[in-house]
Design a protein around this ligand. Structure first.
Ligand SMILES: [Mg+2]
Length: 263
């Protein structure tokens, strides 16, 4: 039952935010969740921004958050690298702030394709991408025995005027050249949902995954065995949701109407 939900795992872009703007009704919804003894955690595939960045930008929008309110694809990637590549050297194609966050978390990182002992290539959304970086990454993937990871499979990232290519599209470009596909860490893999459940004391039944995309948000909830709500303020349409192989448990026009129905 929707009324019994206490832990809300929310996508950010297209669900609660559009570019730098808060989607109408978000502030009131989050306030009510907290006041009713529930919790909200933003689960985002966007790996360009650190959690500190997010806390600051939500604060500017009048929403108070702390580290407990976020599980990002970069956080899930750090957990994955720590578990699977302890002490190993990771070659990263991503933003400077992403590299910084990995280093802060004691991951051995290089952006030099000439480094000898690279164990794994990691690709992320990169709005500082250059052709030189693309070529270097292709060289490592083509000439070395390395694993290949990427933070998130999203093809596009919504911004004010429409969309720009995201990590999944960058990996598709590389795939044409190197004939390899990465293992993606972010949604629809259920890893971020599992971390959020572990960090909060609510049951799977009390949890709702909320997002605007079927092939990432809704599929991740489906894989984790958690109810899902699609909001129509982003990518997916009602028609796509109704004919999808893993239809969302609920469909709402926006976070505002989810709030109304839940209350
Ligand atoms: Mg989204």
């Amino acid at each position: 039952m929707l009324k019994d939900k206490k832990l809300f795992l929310l996508d950010i872009d297209g669900t609660v935010c559009m570019g730098q703007q808060l989607i109408s009704g978000t502030r009131e919804f989050l306030k009510d969740v907290k006041e009713s003894g529930g919790q909200f955690v933003f689960i985002t595939n966007n790996a360009t921004r650190s959690i500190d960045d997010y806390i600051l930008s939500f604060q500017k929008l009048g929403v108070m958050t702390s580290h407990a309110n976020f599980v990002t694809a970069s956080y899930a990637t750090v957990m994955y690298l720590k578990k699977n590549y302890p002490g190993k050297l990771i070659y990263v194609m991503g933003t400077k702030s992403f590299v910084r966050e990995l280093k802060k978390n004691k991951i051995r990182v290089t952006t030099d394709c000439m480094d000898e002992d690279i164990a794994c290539v990691l690709v992320s959304y990169d709005n500082q991408l250059t052709y030189e970086k693309i070529q270097d990454t292709c060289e490592v993937l083509s000439t070395r025995q390395v694993d290949y990871l990427a933070t998130n499979p999203d093809y596009v990232c919504p911004i004010e005027f429409g969309y720009v290519p995201d990590c999944g599209a960058i990996c598709q470009m590389l795939e044409h050249a190197v004939k390899r596909k990465p293992l993606y860490i972010g949604k629809p893999e259920p890893a971020m949902i599992e971390y959020a459940l572990k960090l909060n004391h609510f049951s799977r039944e009390e949890t709702l995954v909320v997002g605007d995309r079927l092939y990432t948000d809704i599929l991740s909830g489906h894989r984790a065995g958690v109810d899902t709500a699609l909001v129509l303020t982003g990518e997916a349409t009602r028609e796509e949701a109704e004919t999808c192989g893993y239809p969302p448990t609920y469909i709402f026009s926006s976070i505002e109407s989810l709030h109304r129905e839940w209350k």
